[in-house]
Design a protein around this ligand. Structure first.
Ligand SMILES: *Cc1c(COP(=O)(O)O)cnc(C)c1O
Length: 373
């Protein structure tokens, strides 16, 4: 056996996205202890930069030590008690996973289905919440990475508030890629991932919970069924917010020290660029890609106005061999694009322009390669 060699790829799929070189070098800083004062100070800086990224003042803002799916579980397992009614909007793969979470944690799941490729329909949400006035939580995916549709989180949260419902929002793909304003929109619990528009390595899940959500957790009658994801325990390590920043931290689990160096650097990069500039860059590169693909006669799955700039799904042109073309992209050009999932398998390509990979050079690279096939 020898050291394992990796050929560099250009990652233009649904994630992971290309990792910024500054983040890769941050990962190789010396590992220190998870209770070392230097490390605690860095965790506090991560918290404050995550508050910026999410546009929130929530003191319960941190990174779960596991990928986006664990952020999802954290929100559901802490907010749901057996018998709670949760309305889940499904318009793609990730909505389905929310339903799984609700059921596994003993909640009663009310499903609203929307066609894949379409956004969550606010009227259906309003009708459902009217009918189920005892619903405790509304859960939906802001950026459906399986289809490329971007739902109107602001409107959906407004409706939820009207019916006194908490909201759980999946922002794994939207964070840092398209406008997201947690406090202004009144989101109660949100989770994201590091490997999409933050251009960091996979394995961490930034989350943030509103005071109302924290209150709901404090008033639980039953124990959170997951020990690892129980926020009341995790916060003894991450600190329970600005109010109590100097309180001593105690061991909960060994934090992924080096991955957190990476996240810190990713957030510094985001601050340097500016959140709104990052949103603008994602949008402009999407427009460039759209023009190129449409010139080639390709059509988007999602209708104009509902599209995610960071995840572009297009119908595979007739007569083109999905598997063969993606294989050639990978082998001849070192480009990875995403395949369609479930009903979209073999029918759709998902071209990601996320984070560091959202660059005009990549748009021209993938489109010229596709023109050759
Ligand atoms: C990628 C993704 C997830 C899951 O994140 P992992 O880091 O793979 O666990 C969840 N929701 C959405 C919308 C995603 O795109």
């Amino acid at each position: 056996m020898q050291s394992y060699n990796i050929t560099k790829r250009t990652l233009m799929g649904p994630g992971p996205s290309d990792v910024h070189p500054r983040i890769l070098s941050a990962l190789s800083k010396p590992t220190i202890g998870h209770l070392d004062p230097q490390f605690i100070t860095m965790m506090d800086e991560i918290k404050s930069m995550l508050q910026y990224a999410f546009q929130t003042k929530n003191s319960l803002t941190m990174a779960v030590s596991a990928p986006g799916s664990a952020g999802m579980e954290t929100c559901f397992v802490n907010l749901i008690e057996p018998g709670d009614k949760v309305v889940v909007c499904i318009n793609g793969v990730f909505g389905n996973r929310m339903k799984e979470n609700v059921e596994r944690y003993g909640g009663e799941c009310i499903v609203i289905n929307d066609t894949w490729g379409e956004v969550v329909n606010p009227q259906k949400v309003e009708d459902t919440l009217k009918q189920h006035s005892d619903a405790k939580i509304l859960a939906f995916v802001h950026a459906e990475t399986s289809t490329g549709a971007q739902s109107d989180a602001k409107t959906l949260c407004e409706i939820a508030r009207k019916y006194d419902c908490l909201t759980i929002v999946d922002a794994v793909t939207s964070l840092a890629g398209s406008p997201l304003k947690l406090d202004e929109w009144g989101i109660d619990a949100i989770y994201s991932g590091t490997q999409k528009c933050l251009s960091c390595v996979p394995g961490l899940s930034p989350i943030s919970l509103s005071d109302k959500a924290v209150e709901c957790i404090k008033n639980r009658k039953t124990k959170v069924v997951s020990w690892f994801l129980d926020l009341s325990l995790v916060m003894a390590y991450w600190g329970d917010g600005n109010a109590n920043a100097s309180a001593p931290r105690s061991y909960h689990h060994t934090a992924p020290i080096n991955a957190l160096y990476g996240l810190h650097e990713a957030l510094v990069l985001l601050k340097e660029e500016g959140l709104e500039n990052a949103w603008k860059r994602h949008w402009e590169n999407h427009l460039l890609l759209k023009n190129q693909l449409e010139e080639m006669g390709m059509e988007f799955v999602v209708k104009e106005g509902d599209r995610l700039p960071q995840l572009n799904s297009v119908w595979i042109p007739q007569g083109k061999d999905d598997g063969a073309i993606r294989k050639r992209l990978l082998n001849e050009y070192n480009i990875e694009i995403g395949a369609g999932l479930a009903d979209f398998a073999g029918k759709v390509w998902r071209i990601g322009l996320m984070g560091y990979a959202s660059h005009p050079t990549n748009v021209l690279l993938v489109t010229s390669a596709l023109k050759n096939m």
